[in-house]
Design a protein around this ligand. Structure first.
Ligand code: FAD
Ligand code: ZN
Length: 478
């Protein structure tokens, strides 16, 4: 018998979903109470997985009547602890899983939309679009295990934001079970709809604190007919900004990805991932990974990107560059980029930041942050990489080689405060991509206090007056 809920509540929940929707027992619940990196660990008496929206609504009505906390969970790949339950005997929390909501309900090829349930894996949504000769552009390293509902709830970004926008820009309509069990049925596939407040936006990026998303209707795009991927070496971040500005004029919206990588990140990858080779013979201070998608077939994309890079070499904007010659080479370049987090983990203790600033101010951020962290932690290893085209950097710090990991991690608070202060001072954000969850609640209070936080609390109180949706996440305590 799970300790935190009575047998009668468990029977009520089971009556809705049948035994197939109920998971209890420490071993079976283990993957659902632990964050995949091991940074968060919680507990729950039960995970409930409804198979339909009606079942989800019935579950929510029970939780509302019984004052049970509800922690929505998708693929549990989030990076800020948002999907981890924190049940106690006094305040029980169930996990509400979307994993059985897996239908692609509709694909309207001429409307360029797909209607998919929240538990669809991101990779499955991409595949369904591809099967209809359409393209769903949201792409991130966790796409084989994260779910559409989780992507929407975290407003996931990824590597194609430059061209296609964040998840927020890709969602046209939502179906959401509200905390009292009512259903907001907003699955409209419209590009134009000016009928009052845009309610779906409230739930996008809400990290499960306002309702349980059961389905979404998302935009699709024509698939690029040819792709071209380049890896280039540059001398300094300012060159990256100049190159990006020129690329946007020269290549228009065919430019899909524009990722920055510093040498330390490259060193970590080369040292820790044996399958990766340095694309260049010499070491360079900074690198860019560019990708172009063209409506032209064959070598159309390669020709355009090659011409663009050739001009950069002539003017000295870039030091060196290579164009992927095969899909295997392209995958290798992306593997280098996506391998940074894993390589960094192998290289010792890390303090991570996920900041954004206006694109034009990235060099200023890097300069100022570099000075401050070196002052606070002499010998600190800065691993700076990320989605330069979106003004979003993963500004991570690894322990100095000679320093004790514990002593290094003890400096997290002051050093993160300094890094966030610089980003916010440049008009940026302390949380660009990964959300607030548990990790950044105090930062939300610090950087978005006043009227902004008041409005957030007003929305929370209006939609979830009894506070059962994902308690203890996103909003700081009063
Ligand atoms: P979960 O982790 O299960 O949940 C995340 C949050 O959403 C929680 O607060 C949860 O309560 C809520 N939630 C989940 N499902 C629902 C639902 N149906 N209704 C309401 N609330 C819900 N993010 C980026 O933006 N860009 C990246 O490039 C990127 N790369 C990543 C790479 C890796 C290897 C990993 C592990 C993560 C990466 N992330 C990235 C983070 C990414 O945004 C999340 O992992 C993903 O979007 C969350 O989906 P999920 O299904 O795993 O959600
Ligand atoms: Zn990222």
């Amino acid at each position: 018998m799970p300790a935190d809920v009575s047998a009668s509540i468990l029977a009520e929940l089971t009556a809705v979903t049948g035994a197939a929707g109920i998971t209890t027992g420490a071993a079976a619940l283990e993957p659902h109470v632990t964050e995949w990196r091991g940074n968060y660990r919680g507990r729950t008496p039960v995970m409930v997985a409804p198979a339909t929206t009606a079942e989800a609504a019935a579950i929510m009505r029970i939780c509302h009547a019984r004052q049970l906390g509800v922690v929505p969970q998708g693929g549990n790949t989030g990076l800020v602890g948002g999907a981890i339950p924190a049940s106690t005997a006094e305040a029980p929390q169930i996990v509400l899983s979307a994993r059985r909501l897996q239908a692609i309900r509709n694909l309207d090829a001429d409307n360029y939309t797909i209607t998919a349930e929240a538990g669809c894996l991101l990779a499955d949504v991409q595949a369904a679009a591809a099967a209809a000769d359409r393209f769903f552009p949201l792409s991130l390293a966790a796409e084989g295990s994260c779910q559409l509902g989780g992507n929407i709830s975290t407003n996931a970004g990824g590597t194609n934001v430059l061209r296609y926008g964040n998840t927020r820009d890709l969602v046209l309509g939502l179906e959401v079970v509200l905390p009292d069990g009512r259903i907001y049925a907003g699955l409209r596939g419209l590009r134009k709809d000016n009928a009052g407040y845009d309610l779906k936006q409230l739930f996008i990026g809400a990290e499960g604190t306002l309702g349980f998303i059961t389905a979404a209707i998302c935009k699709l795009f024509p698939p690029p007919r040819s792709l071209s991927t380049a890896f280039v070496a540059i001398a300094e971040p300012a060159a990256a900004i100049a190159l990006l500005s020129r690329a946007r004029v020269a290549l228009g919206d065919q430019l899909i990805a524009f990722e920055l990588i510093n040498r330390r990140a490259m060193d970590f990858v080369l040292d820790n991932l044996p399958e990766v080779r340095d694309p260049f013979a010499a070491a360079h201070p900074w690198y860019l990974l560019l990708e172009l998608g063209s409506a032209g077939t064959g070598s159309a994309a390669d020709e355009q990107l090659e011409a663009f890079l050739a001009e950069g070499l002539t003017t000295g904007q870039l030091i060196d560059g290579i164009l992927a010659q095969s899909s295997a080479q392209r995958a290798g370049l992306w593997h280098l980029r996506h391998g940074i987090s894993e390589a960094q983990k192998k290289a010792g203790a890390g303090i991570k930041h996920d900041i954004s600033v206006p694109v034009s101010r990235i060099p200023e951020f890097l300069g100022a942050a570099g000075r401050v962290v070196a002052e606070q932690i002499p010998g600190v290893q800065v691993v700076a990489f990320g989605h330069l085209g979106d003004g979003n950097l993963h500004y991570n710090l690894n322990q100095p080689e000679a320093m004790d990991a514990g002593a290094f991690l003890a400096l997290r608070e002051p050093v993160s405060l300094a890094v966030h202060s610089i980003a916010v001072g440049l008009g940026g954000s302390f949380s660009a991509e990964h959300g607030v969850g548990v990790l950044k609640r105090a930062d939300l209070a610090r950087w978005r206090g006043g009227v902004e936080l008041e409005l957030m609390r007003t929305l929370k109180a209006a939609l979830d007056p009894t506070g059962i949706m994902n308690p203890g996440k996103l909003l700081p305590d009063d």
